[in-house]
Design a protein around this ligand. Structure first.
Ligand code: FES
Length: 119
């Protein structure tokens, strides 16, 4: 299903992103990097934090909660080494550290508007 994000292409500057809410309260993040659009689900596949609170690092979104990094174009988990916020955090079992890849969506511009395809 195709959704109009309600965001004009001119409102999304390069190397930025914003959270939007689609019907059924599904939160997605849309953005642009090096003039390429990306869209992904706002829920971190590790433990559910809001990825829109994170930062971009190269092609990755860095989750603010445990520092996992997911590629915004492919969804691939790229880096999970910095899950400890500080040295007081104890080592976790591998099941706790496990994360799926990030859910991404097709995104494109049409007549100056930004659209996403949700399947
Ligand atoms: S909840 Fe996002 S890295 Fe853990």
């Amino acid at each position: 299903m195709i959704f109009n994000t309600g965001v004009l292409s001119s409102e999304l500057s390069d190397n930025s992103f914003k959270k939007i809410i689609l019907q059924k309260n599904e939160e997605i993040v849309i953005g642009r990097m090096d003039n390429k659009l990306f869209a992904f689900n706002n829920v971190c596949p590790h433990k559910g934090a809001s990825l829109s609170k994170g930062n971009l690092h190269g092609n990755n979104i860095v989750c603010y909660m445990h520092g996992y990094e997911y590629n915004v174009f492919t969804g691939k988990l790229e880096n999970m080494k910095s899950w400890k916020k500080d040295d007081t955090w104890r080592e976790q079992i591998s099941a706790w550290r496990y994360s799926d890849d990030l859910k991404i969506y097709n995104i494109y511009e049409e007549n100056g508007e930004i659209l996403v395809k949700i399947t």
